[in-house]
Design a protein. Structure first.
Lengths: 1296, 282
């Protein structure tokens, strides 16, 4: 320890001593030497000149101390040339000696030289070398630079001059240079502050070993840095591969290792903003390109026989989208000669469109190659691309490429399709390789094949390629493609033959699914298909899908679709929920499920289910046997459909006129099996569609609208074509009767329906309710022809219906001339137009004499007779204009009775009279009540609610007028010239009880006649007034007046709940009944006899419906003295006055029985009470000349019996010459009879005797109540009475 | 045996009979035009259904049916002998027989062979499963018939893997072997040519192998490579893929020459069944 402490002490002592010596030396330098330094300027200049081997000049010297180190400051330092003119001048030069080396060397050795405020010039020599002018005034290296440990040139101006281009000198701004020399090692740093127009700053650092002035021997490193360098101001860079950076702003850092003056590795970073590149060839710009930005770090290394370049963090922005930071590598070397360069390149990213733009702007490759690239216009991003090119590998020239791509697209080029947005990987070489696609939303455009690009939502799979001597083979074991319209899974083999002009051969098998049929048209190989088929397919599928299907295509694509079977094209698939428009004018097949086969140029679709016109199909096939050759499709199907559906289907088709014709007039119902075969031209102008259809009707029905007629149970087959509709021997039921129906084409495109059948009147009546049918009975065969008009004329021409029959089997219970027996035949023809306006114009012919044109109207069934014209007799042209019916007739005979009876019965049946408008009728023989009245005529007009007319005939002639519908109903006014009542009329009317009229239905009547002629006798004028009262008619006046008689009546005819009632009361006064009888044609057999008859009677029903059964009332008979000149057998007739049974005839002015022959009397008087079919009297007194007869009892008017007591009191002075003349009737007839017999049978003096008369009128039993009465005599007498009129017989006949 | 040009027709049949017959008609015409007088159609030439059972719908009774009519008409119209691939002929029960009918040049059916070995296989490396025995009733007898050009033996597809069958046919004098087939792409690539050539070589006969070849619309893939092989095992003609024909001349002299030079058929040994003897215990 002691030794240590002594050593430390000694060291401290030495240190202190040294410090003291140094302090003394420094003080001497500072205070003695420095003030005198300028004295050494010349010597220093010489010394410096010797150091740098160049003469220099110094203006002033100064020394500064930096600690213990002195620094010599030279003001105004210049390096002189041989002419001693300064070539480089600096404001200052600072020299810091290397003290130790100077001490060792014994002379000043500079340790650091600093030149300040000079001006330097960087020159590019003609040989391309760079030199810093100013420090080398002569052509030799400035060795002093490298002998000095440290030389700094600071704050000096630097310019640049290119002696190659002779560009103007460029001022580079202030530069600082620092050169450190350490033997052979030299380190140079340059910092440059650039003028603003050139950039910001630049720096250079070189560290090398070797001869400082022999660049080829340098070994070291280089660092260059620049910031915001405005490239366009510099012409520094040589073209690299012909490319020159002509503009832009550059930031870069560069490190380089070099050996023997050549760079061995070059690394750096570069950033170019808005660089502009130019491609130069043969001294001229061939293209240029401006970019937005280029940036990256690079590492270039020299390799054996080549080099390698790695670029990292590379990005390029050609326009706006910058590349992501990526890596690029490229390596090139030469293999053994004579092989060319081997190139390998890799890029983590490339944007093809940018590369393409670069290539196009900077045509670095051969023009033919560039033109192909230009045509392809590639785009998309490439990831991890690796390319190798070997000019002469083991298999010859090889190009290999592996890359991932995204958004890849190329334009269509030659036979290659245009691609867009593909994603996947590609790896292979020009011999074989594989392409794997994982594309979403890609696009392939097969412009030569498909009309529209294939848009893939997904495209995945792998394709391998292989090159053989003959071809390129592309194969894929699985390629899945999904488009918006379908999905496919395919495998294929595509041979691209190298021989020019040969077609690619494709062997493709595809499973496809989820196909939208509406989209199929987008994927048609339209260029390979006939235009007609394409057109058809464009519109064929309205909706639908294919759930799955399979396709096979094998053959040369040029031969597709293999019409000559050069290849195989098959597709099979099931279609679902499809609407197929097989022809634009026909309703589509809807809801179709079918299996389809495409084989070559044949398409077959077999439906499993579907609907045609809304009806389910039973079977349907659709086939295009040869869509190249035949150019037509065949649809062949059947469907079970309702007729309505069938019609609906046809209505939407070109055959619509068939249903439109039918449906205008009919409404079909029921089901039918419809067969349809359509041959559909696929090309316009390839002929018309051929239609072969059938409708198998099974229990169908057809309702004829206008007739409200059901044709039922139709069975048979209808066949239709495009222009025709036919059906033969179809069976049907019409109105319950079988019928045979034929349908055929009628002239000019119309349709005719012929029906042969039978019908009963009862069925017609049920079908077309009308009272008119009641006159018809039975049934008959008929033939019906229904014609539907041709379509063009259907707007104006309605369907027509013609019916003909011989009516055999039909009884027409109408008056002549319409009447027809059931077993007779009469031609009947009916023709009508089925107009849609509800009008039914009917033409009718019935036998040779009846023709009619009638118009029915109203809602269905349309049987309301609106008007028309009826011609009776020889066919006359009756006007049918306007409403109502015009009847024009000219008949040989006409029975008024029959027509009257028919009319009344029709009216009773509730029928309405036809709406007559005019009646013009002439009859040669008019029959009334069975009698021929001769000719007659009736002319009737119905205008403005008024009926008016005139009539002429044997019975009457006159005019009438009636306006029934006026508010104050005017009476039926009848003015007669005469009314000639045949004698038969009254009795006939009495018995005409078959018709009745409601009193309220009758109009008020005002009748005036000038003559009432009875059996040729003029009974005088007459007036009748019948007015409406509350429930009927009130007969306020009935007068029949002549000079000799006057009949007055009044009463009424009123309706009640249980029927109508007629009440009449009146009187008949005759001054001279004899004259009255004579006027009536009974001669002058009645003499004198004033007569007066009062009556008051009532009976249910109409006035003409008087009946003994229902009459009630009272009649008072009072005949004055008179006599019948011809008594035989007139007494009975006279006495028949009391017979109510005759009253009806009297009301009809038939007094024939009254004025019959034979009786004499003083007075006849009595009262009869009539009720319940009985006529009772208790006071009938016949005061005859021979006897007085008194009658008491009743007479049964209905039972035709008697129950009377007859009292006869003979007058002794007279006899009764009236035997056998009792014909008066049951009331008093028996009494007269008894009296006659008693008196006539030799009993001339007998006193009053009473007899009981009972029993029937035909065979009464007379019993003498008092006195003797010989019964044998009675019976003998009664037998004679049967021949008398009005008594004892029901079979009374009328006599004139 | 006399010289004859034989043809094998290769198809990729579909599930549609009419389409297949049209295709077959075209290929038969091509073969006849090239001078073929013996034409062999592939197995299932008229129908390859989507499912095994589909063939039942097209089963015909022997002697009548559209497929047989077609074969007869084609043989007659082209004046060729026709080995009609296979077609389904009704068998007892609900199954069919995979029958190969042979027609002479007048269109008359001469012989019938029913496929004996049924393809009940899960094809390795694929998803393809076959179980022909579900629908097909196997045949019982081999067939060698006399023809104007020599003795013709018939076997079908999977039969090819059973050499004893062909040994038996060789014993019957077979000179030309016709093998309608539908080898799958997978098994065909592995075994087809080997087996065909082996059968030709070991039996010293011409082999006319007509295979289905290519993609089928039903999704299957068959191997193709229909070929005609001479008795020496040389492939005279081969069609790798797709529809088409292969033709080659089968020369009687060549057959005789090979058989004479290489009389292997005469060197067959009778079977010798030695009884197994238990191994001696150690």
């Amino acid at each position: 320890m002691k030794l240590i402490r002594q050593s430390i002490r000694a060291a401290r002592l030495v240190g202190v001593l040294l410090l003291a010596v140094a302090a003394l030396a420094l003080s001497a330098f500072r205070f003695w030497l420095i003030p005198r330094i300028d004295n050494y300027r010349s010597a220093l200049a010489i010394h410096i000149g010797e150091l740098i081997h160049e003469p220099v000049s110094l203006q002033h010297l100064d020394v500064k101390l930096h600690g213990l180190s002195p620094e010599l400051v030279i003001h105004g330092f210049s390096i002189l040339n041989e002419q001693h003119r300064p070539v480089a001048s600096f404001e200052q030069a600072r020299l810091r000696p290397a003290l130790l080396r100077s001490l060792i060397a014994g002379e000043l050795r500079p340790g650091r030289i600093q030149l300040i405020g000079g001006r330097l010039s960087l020159r590019r020599q003609a040989n391309g070398a760079f030199a810093l002018e100013g420090l080398r005034p002569r052509e030799r290296p400035p060795a002093w630079l490298v002998r000095t440990a440290r030389i700094e040139i600071t704050d000096s101006a630097l310019d640049y001059q290119d002696l190659q281009t002779h560009e103007p000198r460029l001022e580079l701004g202030k530069a600082d240079f620092q050169l450190l020399n350490d033997g052979d090692r030299h380190r140079l740093r340059v910092n440059l502050v650039l003028p603003e127009k050139l950039g910001n700053a630049a720096a250079l650092a070189i560290d090398y070993v070797g001869d400082a002035f022999d660049r080829e021997n340098w070994r070291g490193s280089l660092y260059v840095k620049a910031k915001d360098l405005h490239v366009e101001q510099f012409r520094l860079a040589r073209p690299v591969a012909g490319i020159v950076l002509k503009a832009g702003t550059a930031d870069f850092k560069l490190w380089s290792d070099f050996r023997a003056g050549e760079p061995g590795r070059l690394t750096g970073q570069i950033k170019l903003d808005k660089p502009s590149l130019s491609y130069q060839a043969t001294g001229a710009d061939r293209g240029s390109l401006s970019l937005s930005r280029v940036e990256g770090a690079f590492d270039w290394r020299r390799r054996d026989r080549g080099w390698r370049l790695d670029v990292s963090r590379f990005t390029l922005a050609l326009r706006e989208r910058a590349w992501p930071l990526s890596r690029l590598s490229m390596e090139m070397w030469h293999a053994d000669p004579p092989a060319g360069a081997i190139v390998k390149a890799a890029a983590s990213f490339m944007r093809l469109q940018d590369v393409h733009a670069l290539l196009q702007a900077l045509p670095l490759a051969k023009e033919d190659w560039l033109s192909e690239v230009r045509a392809l216009a590639p785009r998309g991003d490439i990831h991890d691309a690796r390319v190798s090119y070997h000019p002469a590998g083991g298999l010859g020239e090889r190009l290999a490429l592996c890359a991932e791509f995204e958004g890849l697209g190329v334009a269509a080029w030659r036979n290659l399709p245009a691609l867009d947005n593909l994603k996947g990987t590609l790896c292979g070489n020009d011999q074989e390789g594989e392409l794997r696609l994982k594309t979403r939303h890609g696009r392939i455009e097969l412009a030569g094949l498909l009309r529209e690009p294939l848009l893939f939502t997904s495209l995945t799979g792998a394709v391998q390629w292989r090159q053989t001597a003959d071809d390129w083979q592309l194969t894929s074991a699985s390629m899945a493609a999904d488009t918006p319209d379908f999905s496919t899974r395919s495998r294929f083999r595509l041979n691209l033959l190298k021989q020019p002009g040969t077609s690619p051969f494709l062997d493709l098998q595809t499973d496809f699914a989820h196909v939208k049929l509406t989209g199929v048209k987008h994927y048609l190989p339209a260029s390979k298909m006939p235009a007609g088929l394409v057109h058809w397919l464009d519109s064929a599928f309205i909706a639908g899908r294919i759930d799955k299907g399979k396709l096979l295509l094998r053959g040369a694509l040029a031969d597709f679709p293999f019409v000559q079977r050069q290849g195989v094209f098959q597709a099979m698939f099931d279609i679902e929920d499809t609407d197929l428009r097989y022809h634009g004018e026909w309703p589509p097949l809807t809801d179709l499920a079918a299996s389809a086969l495409v084989y070559g140029n044949r398409i077959q679709i077999e439906a499993i289910r579907g609907r045609l016109g809304g009806a389910p199909i039973s079977r349907c096939s659709f086939e295009v046997a040869d869509f190249i050759g035949e150019k037509q499709a065949v649809l062949d199907g059947t469907m079970r459909a309702s007729l309505a559906q069938a019609m609906n289907y046809l209505e939407q088709s070109p055959l619509k006129r068939i249903p439109s014709r039918l449906l205008r007039y009919t409404r079909p119902a029921g089901a039918a099996d419809i067969g349809l075969k359509l041959k559909i031209p696929l090309v316009k102008g390839n002929g018309k569609m051929l239609v072969d259809g059938s409708v198998l009707l099974d229990n169908a029905s057809l309702w004829v609208k206008q007739l409200n007629l059901d044709v039922q149970r139709i069975q048979g087959t209808l066949r239709f074509t495009r222009d025709d509709l036919q059906g033969k021997a179809m069976r049907a039921s019409i109105l319950g009767f079988p019928a045979v129906i034929d349908m055929s084409r009628s002239g000019r495109g119309g349709t005719a329906v012929d029906v042969d059948g039978r019908v009963s009147i009862a069925a017609l009546q049920q079908q077309f309710p009308h009272q008119g049918w009641s006159s018809l009975k039975g049934g008959a065969d008929y033939h019906l022809n229904l014609k539907f008009p041709e379509s063009k004329a259907e707007t104006t021409v309605p369907a027509s219906l013609d019916i003909v029959s011989d009516l055999f089997g039909v009884a027409v219970q109408l008056p002549a001339p319409l009447a027809k027996a059931q077993d007779s035949r009469r031609h009947f023809a009916l023709a009508l137009d089925l107009k849609e306006d509800g009008k039914l114009p009917v033409q009718l012919a019935y036998g040779p004499d009846v023709h009619a044109q009638l118009q029915f109207a109203g809602p269905p069934p349309g049987m309301n007779l609106e008007g028309g014209a009826i011609s009776l007799g020889p066919r006359l042209s009756a006007a049918s204009r306007g409403g109502g019916i015009a009847v024009l007739g000219q008949l040989d005979e006409l029975s008024v009775d029959e027509w009257q009876a028919w009319l009344f019965s029709a009216q009773k049946a509730g029928g309405k009279l036809p709406p007559l408008r005019t009646v013009d009728l002439k009859v040669a023989h008019l029959y009334w009540l069975g009698k021929d009245l001769g000719d007659g005529s009736l002319h009737l007009r119905h205008e403005a609610e008024t009926w008016a007319g005139r009539f002429t005939g044997a019975i009457a002639r006159g005019r009438f007028q009636f306006t029934p519908r006026q508010e104050t109903a005017a009476p039926l006014e009848i003015a007669l010239d005469y009314f000639n009542i045949p004698s038969f009329v009254s009795d006939a009317l009495t018995r005409a009880k078959t018709f009745s009229v409601e009193p309220t239905a009758l109009p008020a009547i005002k009748l005036a006649g000038r003559k009432l002629i009875w059996q040729g006798a003029d009974l005088g004028s007459f007036e009748v007034d019948a007015r409406h009262q509350r429930r009927g008619l009130r007969i306020s006046k009935f007068n029949l007046t002549s000079d000799n008689h006057r009949l007055t009546m009044e009463g009424g005819w009123s309706g009640a709940a249980n029927g109508s009632l007629t009440q009449l009361r009146g009187q008949l006064k005759i001054e001279d009944a004899g004259l009255f009888a004579a006027n009536l044609g009974y001669g002058r057999e009645l003499r004198d006899t004033r007569a007066q008859i009062h009556f008051s009677l009532a009976w249910p029903g109409a006035p003409y419906q008087f009946s003994p059964r229902n009459v009630a009332g009272e009649a008072t008979l009072d005949l004055g003295k008179g006599a019948l000149l011809n008594v035989e057998p007139g007494l009975g007739r006279i006495l028949s006055i009391a017979n109510p049974d005759n009253l009806q005839r009297w009301l009809m002015l038939d007094f024939s029985d009254l004025f019959a022959k034979g009786f004499a009397y003083d007075r006849i008087k009595g009262v009869f009470r009539i009720a319940n079919g009985q006529a009772e009297t208790d006071n009938l007194l016949i005061r005859g000349v021979a006897a007085i007869i008194y009658v008491n009892g009743r007479a049964g008017l209905v039972a035709r019996d008697l129950d009377q007591v007859v009292t006869v009191t003979p007058k002794a002075t007279a006899t009764l010459p009236i035997a056998g003349a009792l014909a008066g009737g049951p009331a008093i007839g028996a009494a007269i009879y008894v009296a006659q017999k008693l008196i006539g049978e030799e009993v001339d003096s007998i006193t009053r005797t009473r007899y009981a008369v009972k029993g029937s009128w035909d065979n009464p039993t007379i019993t003498r109540l008092e006195g003797n009465f010989p019964m044998e005599l009675f019976h003998r007498a009664w037998g004679g009475l049967k021949d008398l009129s009005s008594f004892g017989s029901k079979e009374k006949t009328l006599h004139d | 045996m006399i010289n004859i040009v034989a043809a094998a027709v290769q198809m990729a049949s579909s599930p549609h009979v009419s389409a297949n017959l049209l295709e077959a008609e075209r290929l038969i015409g091509e073969a006849a035009a090239e001078g073929a007088r013996l034409i062999v159609l592939p197995e299932n030439f008229a129908f390859m259904g989507l499912a095994e059972t589909d063939k039942l719908e097209h089963a015909e009774s022997e002697g009548s049916g559209p497929i047989q009519d077609f074969l007869s008409r084609a043989a007659e119209s082209h004046k060729v002998w026709m080995v009609g691939g296979t077609l389904p002929l009704k068998a007892q029960g609900s199954k069919v027989r995979a029958s190969c009918l042979v027609y002479d040049s007048a269109g008359a059916q001469i012989a019938r062979y029913d496929k004996m070995h049924l393809f009940d296989v899960n094809v390795p490396g694929t998803n393809e499963h076959y179980l022909e025995s579900n629908t097909i009733d196997p045949g019982e007898c081999s067939l060698v018939i006399e023809t104007p050009f020599g003795k013709l033996g018939i076997a079908v597809c999977y039969d090819l893997r059973f050499p004893e069958l062909f040994r038996e046919m060789a014993g019957d004098g077979m000179e030309i072997l016709a093998i309608p087939s539908a080898f799958t792409a997978q098994t065909g690539a592995a075994h087809w040519e080997i087996l065909i050539r082996a059968r030709a070589v070991e039996n010293l006969c011409y082999t006319v192998a007509a295979n289905q070849g290519g993609y089928h619309v039903n999704g299957r893939q068959t191997y193709g490579h229909s070929m005609i092989v001479d008795p020496w095992g040389k492939v005279l003609s081969c069609l790798p893929n797709g529809s088409g024909i292969v033709t080659a001349e089968c020369a009687g002299a060549h057959l005789e020459k090979v058989r004479a030079a290489f009389p292997a058929l005469n060197h067959r040994k009778l079977r010798c069944h030695s009884a197994l003897t238990p191994a001696k215990p150690l």
